[in-house]
Write a protein that binds this ligand. Structure first.
Ligand SMILES: Nc1nc2c(c(=O)[nH]1)N[C@@H](CN(C=O)c1ccc(C(=O)N[C@@H](CCC(=O)O)C(=O)O)cc1)CN2
Ligand SMILES: NCC(=O)N[C@@H]1O[C@H](COP(=O)([O-])[O-])[C@@H](O)[C@H]1O
Length: 191
């Protein structure tokens, strides 16, 4: 059995799609949802699905081994960042080599890096009058959004699109692709 931990900071619509996708699978399950925000809606959603949750302060996340202990206690072997807004530290990247993936709401390498999250991404895409946007799933390394790209999907943008409608188009792609890409990656790695 592969056990996934999802890290999220906000709404958790991607986390919900992933939880629902693996609910009826026999070889992969979501066993833990972590957030840096105690009031994040993703935590209530996880609890509604009977999934353990964990909230960490910045000090606990960066300066203690509490997270590693919790991941070990839950036998986590894969980590998914789904709207998580803190930089994953080196100790965790090293502990889970090629086992941490992130979803980014743009076609990396453009529109990535520090400050590029949520609506800031779509604002920048709109400001640049891009003809398309999309989403990227990539491995997580020590820097924001610089890990090897695993999968990308794009959508056409219209002149009348604004950051909100761009976000909706990109989120639709994320919901369609993230869970199956995670499944294919996990099963490919075990071969
Ligand atoms: N080591 C890594 N950690 C994280 C990555 C990564 O690729 N490597 N991806 C991010 C997710 N992300 C883009 O996909 C991203 C999230 C947040 C930020 C950012 O600038 N955050 C702010 C803090 C925001 C807050 O605390 O509310 C900051 O660092 O100043 C950029 C990109 C997740 N972690
Ligand atoms: N750079 C990181 C970033 O911006 N991540 C983005 O946060 C949103 C979370 O939505 P959700 O909470 O509904 O899944 C998603 O669109 C994800 O790509």
């Amino acid at each position: 059995m592969h056990r996934i931990a999802i890290f999220a900071s906000g709404t958790g619509s991607n986390a919900r799609k992933i939880i629902e996708y693996f609910k009826n699978k026999t070889d992969i399950t979501v066993s833990l949802v972590l957030s840096n925000k105690a009031n994040a809606p993703v935590l209530d959603m996880a609890r509604d699905h009977g999934i353990d949750t964990l909230t960490l302060t910045r000090k606990e996340f960066y300066e203690t081994e509490h997270l590693l202990a919790q991941l070990h206690q839950h036998a986590i072997d894969f980590i998914v960042l789904a709207g998580f807004l803190w930089l994953v530290p080196s100790y965790l990247v090293r502990a889970y080599p090629q086992k941490i993936v992130n979803i980014h709401p743009a076609l990396l390498p453009k529109y990535g890096g520090k400050g590029m999250y949520g609506h800031w991404v779509h604002e920048a895409v709109k400001a640049a009058a891009e003809p398309e946007s999309g989403m990227t799933i990539h491995f997580v390394n020590e820097a924001y959004d610089e890990g090897a790209i695993i999968f990308q999907s794009s959508c056409r943008l219209d002149p009348e699109d604004d950051p909100e409608t761009i976000a909706k188009k990109v989120l639709r792609l994320e919901h369609e692709h993230f869970a199956p890409v995670i499944e294919q990656l996990i099963l490919k790695q075990e071969r």
